[in-house]
Design a protein. Structure first.
Length: 216
C-alpha cells in the first residue's frame, strides 16, 4: 500500500508517519521509485503499537524506540519487553534512576524507602530497584504519615496480596500471542487502559460493602 493508504488504515497522519520513519520507529517500506515506497500489514501493526506506546502509555519517542528495538530482535525477551512497557528503565550512565529523589527528598522519605524494601521482602518479590512504583509507594506512605496517620508498610500487605493475584491475571492474558508486536501492544492496553476500570471496580465494591455493613 502507498503511504496515503497506510495513513488511512492506521489512523496516523501522513506527516506523523514520515516523522516515525525518520526517527527509526517505523521500518522503511519497499522502494518502488526514488521518492515512493510500498508498505505492508507489518507497518499497520507497528503503527498501532507506536500509537499505544506514545498515545496510551505516554512514552516519549525515545522510550518508545527502546521498546521497539527490543521487539525488533525477533526473539524478544518478554521480561525485558514488559519492563520497558511498564516504565522500568535503568538510569542513564552517570545519572539518577527515573523517579529517584534528590538529597533533600531522601531525608524526608528515607524511612519510606526502607518500608518499601521491607514490604517487597515480606512478599518475596524480586523487582527492579528502578521500578517507579517504589517511589509512588514511598511518597504515599510519607504523605499519609505527614497528615497524622500512623500508616506503615504492614498495612499494605493485604493489598499487596490482592495485587499479586491481579498481576497473575494480567500476565495470564499475555500468554497467547507469540508475536512480539502483538504481545507489546496487549501489554500496553491491558495494563494502562485497564487501570481506570480496576479503580472503578474498587469503588463499586466499596459501595457494595458499605451497603452490607451500614444499611442493614
Amino acid at each position: 500500500m502507498r503511504i496515503s493508504e497506510l495513513s488511512r488504515r492506521s489512523g496516523v497522519a501522513t506527516a506523523t508517519i514520515k516523522y516515525y520513519l525518520r526517527e527509526g520507529l517505523l521500518p522503511p517500506g519497499r522502494a518502488t521509485a526514488a521518492t515512493q515506497a510500498e508498505y505492508g500489514e507489518v507497518h499497520v501493526r507497528r503503527l498501532r503499537l507506536i500509537r499505544a506506546l506514545i498515545g496510551v502509555r505516554g512514552l516519549t519517542v525515545s522510550a518508545a524506540k527502546d521498546v521497539l528495538d527490543v521487539v525488533n530482535e525477533g526473539e524478544a525477551d518478554t521480561h525485558e519487553l514488559l519492563g520497558l512497557v511498564f516504565g522500568i528503565r535503568p538510569p542513564a550512565e552517570g545519572g539518577a534512576a527515573d523517579g529517584a529523589t534528590d538529597g533533600a527528598a531522601d531525608g524526608a522519605t528515607g524511612g519510606g524507602v526502607r518500608e518499601v524494601d521491607d514490604l517487597i521482602a515480606e512478599m518475596g518479590w524480586t523487582v527492579s530497584e528502578h521500578n517507579p512504583a517504589r517511589e509512588t509507594i514511598t511518597q504515599t506512605l510519607h504523605t499519609l504519615n505527614s497528615l497524622g496517620m500512623d500508616y506503615g508498610w504492614r498495612a499494605l500487605l493485604p493489598y499487596a496480596a490482592l495485587a499479586e493475584q491481579t498481576a497473575t491475571l494480567d500476565l495470564d492474558q499475555l500468554q497467547g500471542p507469540d508475536d512480539p508486536l502483538e504481545k507489546a501492544e496487549r501489554a500496553v492496553l491491558l495494563t494502562v487502559l485497564l487501570e481506570p476500570a480496576l479503580l472503578a471496580l474498587r469503588r463499586l465494591a466499596q459501595e457494595a460493602e458499605s451497603t452490607v455493613r451500614h444499611r442493614s
